[in-house]
Design a protein around this ligand. Structure first.
Ligand code: NAD
Ligand code: UD2
Length: 309
């Protein structure tokens, strides 16, 4: 009899599909629940008989329970990942970004499942900690419905840990990049936008002077961590930042893309986006204490994979 599958909500998306690949490569079975709002079946190895894709919504409590039955653990990644979408439509994104989490918690309690990974975000810190490495105890300042839903989800998962014995591993992702990140919106991840435009020879817009920095993590490194957190005998309480404590400016990023491609399309500098954070960098001591985080993939290598070089 084959092993009970890991359920990945949002598994047809950017990060979820890489997690599916990594779990399959380690011999696990995978069940994906995804409403295909941004995810794509083509991101998944559908020919692999150990993978099941169920199209549906995490906001549907009955469906979540049905799909979770028979699974051994959950990676809860389903969310409307666009902050701007949450600003434009707080009511509908709340269904995915918060009610979905509550449905996952309740179904786990009813079915007796314990281990769950949650994809939270550096957005929970708002502008706090800007200019220094942000540790997990930094005051939270969720400035958008997206960030508020992520922080509330963390609190609910922690309630289910204390009250019902769930074992949530809460991760606050900084800026994740890699193949399959969708570049189609102006608010998509900057690396997905810059690399897509560079490859197509289209002009690139930098908002601000390009000296703003982010802590970029290659998706392959992130999913190794997530697999570890699923397999670990136990997980400690409290959220964990996922970043490298490394600042890369957009100007440096553009130079790296130019090195990989050998040339770069025209770059123009426009006004900074209102509310844009200048510097965001993770204090990752807790990550390194609790997990065996892999040697980070160098930016040039990650970019080369993304650019198919
Ligand atoms: P993504 O949009 O590629 O993945 C999200 C997936 O969830 C998609 O496949 C989408 O179709 C699915 N989904 C959305 N709403 C759903 C619903 N109601 N029911 C079922 N499926 C639904 O984005 P991603 O970058 O892979 O993000 C994965 C998770 O990581 C999200 O929770 C996101 O908030 C979080 N996160 C990502 C980053 C980053 O840098 N990419 C940073 C912080 C947090
Ligand atoms: C990230 C998350 C966001 C939220 C936020 C919390 C992504 C895609 N966004 O926003 O969801 O969690 O962190 O702090 O993960 N830029 C350009 N040109 C472009 C696109 C972007 O200059 O065409 C700039 C942008 O103004 C910003 C930087 O690039 O200064 C990074 O932008 P981003 O949207 O990739 O990421 P961030 O950190 O602003």
């Amino acid at each position: 009899m084959s092993e009970a599958p890991v359920l990945i909500t949002g598994g047809a998306g950017f990060i979820g599909s890489h997690l599916a690949d990594a779990l399959l490569a380690k011999g696990h079975s995978v069940r994906v629940l995804d409403n295909l709002s941004t995810g794509k079946p083509a991101n998944l190895p559908l020919g692999d008989s150990r993978l099941e894709l169920i199209e549906g919504d995490v906001a549907d409590a009955t469906l979540v329970r049905q799909v979770m039955a028979g699974c051994r653990a959950v990676a809860h990644l389903a969310a409307v990942a666009s902050v701007q979408a949450s600003v434009d439509d707080p009511v509908s994104t709340h269904q995915s970004n918060f009610v979905g989490t509550l449905n996952v918690c309740e179904a786990m309690r009813e079915l007796g499942l314990k281990r769950v990974l949650f994809a939270s975000s550096a957005a929970v810190y708002g502008n706090n900690g800007e200019g220094q490495a942000i540790d997990e105890d930094t005051a939270k300042a969720p400035l958008t419905p997206y960030a508020a839903d992520k922080l509330a989800s963390e609190h609910y998962l922690d309630f289910y840990r204390r009250q019902h014995g769930l074992e949530p591993a809460l991760f606050r992702f900084f800026n994740i990049f890699g193949p399959r990140q969708d570049p189609s919106s102006p608010y998509s991840g900057v690396i997905s936008i810059f690399t897509e435009r560079a490859q197509a020879g289209l002009p690139i817009s930098v908002f601000g002077d390009g000296e703003q920095t982010r802590d970029f993590v290659y998706v392959g490194d992130l999913v190794q961590l997530l697999v570890q957190a699923l397999e670990a005998p136990r997980v400690a309480a409290g959220a964990v930042n996922v970043g490298l404590n490394r600042a890369t400016s957009l100007n440096q990023l553009l130079a790296d893309i130019r090195s990989v491609l050998g040339s770069l399309s025209a770059v123009s500098y426009a006004a900074a986006r209102p509310g844009d954070i200048k510097h965001s960098r993770a204090d990752n001591r807790r990550l390194l204490e609790r997990f065996d985080f892999p040697e980070p993939t160098p930016m040039a290598v990650g970019l080369a994979r993304l650019l198919g070089r």
